[in-house]
Design a protein around this ligand. Structure first.
Ligand code: COA
Length: 175
């Protein structure tokens, strides 16, 4: 059994849900003000949410990314804990890379906590490689950031799960 997953742009109406998800997923979460600034006040920012249509359209994941000329910058990504390992993050990343490719971008970059093996593994599946380390970049807890880069950029999915279109029509396979 599976329920339909929809990937779509986030709006300010989603702010309260995004704050809840952010606070559940990160030890140093973005604040409501920071999220609102990305949603409304940043010309480079794109904000996607993944909705579970089988559960009233509940937000089950989100990705904030920037397209800055030749570069896609993956800024923040999170999936509801109970919905992980179903290909949702991969669908969001794939959509960001596809949009970047269709615009001006040729390279994608991101920073990730050194201990975040799940995220690093996800990015490696897309072909991202470690390029450098920023010592003590993160706080709460203090930790190094690993800079990862994908160049030349491509948008193939990094998941063995749903390889259907990243816009509508895909599904969340039940585990
Ligand atoms: C990292 C995160 C976004 C992954 O979301 P997800 O929807 O579970 O990821 P996907 O199901 O799309 O995983 C795609 C691939 O990434 C890798 N991956 C994802 N989670 C993994 C884990 N816990 N351990 C090892 N590999 C993992 C696997 O290769 C996976 O493919 P597979 O399931 O076919 O083996 C999620 O764990 C999360 O929200 N973590 C907390 C917030 C966070 O760390 N965000 C990233 C900040 S840079």
């Amino acid at each position: 059994m599976s329920s339909p997953l929809q990937i779509m742009p986030a709006t300010l109406d989603d702010l309260a849900d995004l704050v809840r998800l952010e606070e559940a997923c990160f030890s140093a979460p973005w604040t409501s003000k920071m999220l609102a600034a990305e949603l409304t006040g940043n010309q480079f920012a794109h904000f996607l949410v993944a909705r579970d249509a089988g559960n009233g359209g509940a937000i089950v994941g989100y990705l904030c990314y920037w397209i800055v000329f030749e570069e896609v910058r993956l800024m923040n990504l999170a999936v509801v804990e109970s919905m992980r390992r179903r290909g949702i993050a991969a669908r969001l990343v794939e959509e960001a890379l596809r949009t970047g490719c269709a615009q001006t971008a040729t390279r994608a970059v991101l920073e990730v906590r050194a201990s975040n093996h799940a995220a690093r593994s996800l990015y490696r599946r897309f072909g991202f490689v470690d390029v450098s380390t920023r010592r003590h970049y993160y706080t709460n807890p203090i930790e190094d950031a690993v800079l990862m880069e994908l160049e030349p950029m491509r948008a193939e999915t990094g998941s063995r799960h749903d390889r259907a279109s990243a816009i509508d029509g895909g599904s969340i396979p039940a585990h």
